[in-house]
Design a protein around this ligand. Sequence first.
Ligand code: LLP
Length: 422
Amino acid sequence: MDHFLYRDGQLFAEDVSVAEIAAAVGTPFYVYSTATLERHFKLFDEALDGVPHLVCFAMKSLSNQAVLKVLAAAGAGMDVVSGGEYYRAKAAGVAGDKIVFSGVGKTVDEMRMALTGGIRQFNVESEPEMEVLSAVAVALGVLAPITIRVNPDVDAKTHAKIATGKSENKFGIPISRARAVYKMAAELPGLKVIGIDVHIGSQLTDLAPFEAAYLKVADLVAVLRADGHAIERLDLGGGLGIPYARSNDAPPLPVDYGKMIKRTLGHLDCEIEIEPGRLISGNAGLMVSKVIYVKEGEDREFLIIDGAMNDLIRPAMYDAYHDIVPVVEPEVAAEPAKYDIVGPVCESGDTFAKAREMARVGAGDLVAFRSAGAYGAVMSSEYNSRPMIPEVLVHGDQFAVIRARPTYEEMIARDTIPEWLA
Ligand code: LLP
């Protein structure tokens, strides 16, 4: 569910007309709904009612400071994967003890930053990382709380580029080696082992792979406890998928995910952490774009819009499907048109949809990409020297620009000319 509905023939974001935002900020732009962000966070939080838990938003999916503040105020922790994300989380007012640090390639500087600024735990992914983290902690005179990410070797049945739980992926340590790696961690002077971490992939539309992984984690808890490790916390990662197309079968709901977690792990007396990103932010955002031209091809019509692959790369990168709808509500009886919907960037990969049936639109009309809140703005670039597009946050009948569109002057200001060219 989201808060982007037609009202009196116009698409609204909560109580603000999308066309009104477009008139104020220009196109293309991203717009997010505060109510949807809050609602989705709450669904996860309530799904884990009855067990000690923390929902850590995977802020890689959407990391604007205003969005982080909305979620932090709702009670979210943050899952960060870089020094930059850690810095953003702290700047948004998230306490260190609500931040978990994930990722296969944490650097010494990032470890130092988190250990001095405060951290709930590091999700460690390899022996060399453990050794480095221990040394950094010892040098600072502190203990680094860690979970170790295990790779359960289950097939998440998702797009190959976002599956992480098979042994061929770079993530975690093979679960078969877990005992040895936990032993090594326990012997390192700078580490405090507190739990287990697992994350098997993103955009999962079935609970079965999660359940298979969590059952393996439950077995591992018993084995590691018997080895003398204090396993108090289980970080179960993110990955629950969202419906991208209205016609699709809906993926499982957070409440059912929560029930499955309680069924598989609830008896272990562990604190549960989850790291959802997409399900919180995905359907909380639209990308809004304007039709520049409708071009007649040999055998098809092209809708050339002012948004491009640099603004929303998911279709080009993962063949991802996004619903694309006109901002003016189409007449129910109107005959649909069929378009290849493309951006202005000079490569054929800059294609959002092929032979897409949608209501007929014309030059100057606005279209909205649904489900664009997650991995949209955060993956954008200024390729083709197209300035980063603005982000707007709606709250009831108010809206505000939360990242402005840079001018061309601002866009080039970070380039510097060496002396010999001046
Ligand atoms: N935790 C870890 C350790 C992760 O690697 C990820 C996502 C998440 C949590 C959050 O997963 P989510 O709940 O959002 O599925 N750019 C791709 C998605 C990459 C996901 C990377 N890791 C896309 O646009 O589909």
